[in-house]
Write a new protein. Sequence first.
Length: 374
Amino acid sequence: MLDRSAAARDDNKPAKGADVVEAIRELSSRELLPLVQKIDTEAYYPEAVMRAYGRAGGYACHLPGETPPDLVTAINAMAAAGEYCLSTSFCVWCQDALGWYIFASDNERLKVTLGQRVATGDALGGTALSNPMKSFFGIEGMRLRGKRVDGGYVVRGLLPFVSNLGDDHYFGAVFEVEEGGKRNVMAVVPCASEGLTLADNTKFVALDGTRTFAVQMRDVFIPDGLILADPCDDYIKRIRAGFVLLQAGMAFGLIRDCINLMQQVKGPLGHVNKYLDVQPEHVAEQLQAMESAVAKLAATPFETDPGYWRAVIEARLVAGEASVTAAHAAMLHCGARGYVATGAAQRRLREAYFVAIVTPATKQLKKMLADMAH
Ligand SMILES: Cc1cc2nc3c(=O)[nH]c(=O)nc-3n(C[C@H](O)[C@H](O)[C@H](O)COP(=O)(O)OP(=O)(O)OC[C@H]3O[C@@H](n4cnc5c(N)ncnc54)[C@H](O)[C@@H]3O)c2cc1C
């Protein structure tokens, strides 16, 4: 069971949702803001900030345990980081997803060992679920294959992009096993495993401070103690809504900052910016509608009704499209001052596309909705 007090602040009492969000916002303005340019241009990974978020309770609220999972606080905490930097906000999502997988599983031992460390930011990591999420919806084949051996599985394959990693980090992954029929198994993989290599050979246009690696697994042994679900099809159905809804935090933070950027130039440029089609008030209205739709869905992340899953997909699609729209509008409002190399508007525009292309990407969401209609 999750000990939330371990993820509390100085007084050692479990932190309340609003306190957690406030602590993350305060940490972000004090410690993340000065690093934003370095993260964007030098691929700097803000590890100390990531660990501080964990100590402030940022990775613990949404974890299923004795109390119902509070996804809204996790989303708002992620958004507080995203108001400054989407790269870091995405790392927060990666960390949240890893904890979500562990605490939504039946692996009780893992919850009190690694799970507890992930909840407090003592152990960091991410998720390699883009490939299986695409595979389950008929977009591509499974990239990891496992073979049963004594005490666990041996896994091989290459994943092109997995973020929030490092030599002592962990990630959730799914591999296909062929044993009298195919099945999928989900497990936590330690980056330190023998046979696992991380290759840092891609430069991205944004989100480069996310420690995103190509992960090569050459006969990596995954012990039974790290298995989350075997087979994992029902378990994936259980975790998928939370996985998708949590991503809203990235969108909300980015959109809030885009609104701020537009408001900031109202003084000097309002007399001409008022002719632009998208105004900050429109974006703020849409954001409010998205926040309440997501809050409603996030209250019941384990709901099994197909209509619920459809609504989650629709909300995720809106989040990606609204991020790009808001950042595009901020760019037009800021003009040349947003177009300089250190301008926030051009960075936010580059970042915004990530919300629309990270799995489930806009095209996948549209495919999923089209498939549901048949
Ligand atoms: C900065 C960044 C961080 C990411 N972090 C993660 C993560 O933590 N976990 C995770 O599971 N996924 C991660 N991804 C992958 C992401 O979620 C999407 O799967 C990816 O952006 C492609 O999605 P798509 O649906 O648009 O596929 P498409 O772009 O249509 O691509 C189809 C396939 O080609 C592969 N592909 C595309 N370009 C390349 C390339 N240059 N080299 C090798 N293969 C390629 C893709 O992985 C995909 O399997 C990350 C991507 C980026 C850009």
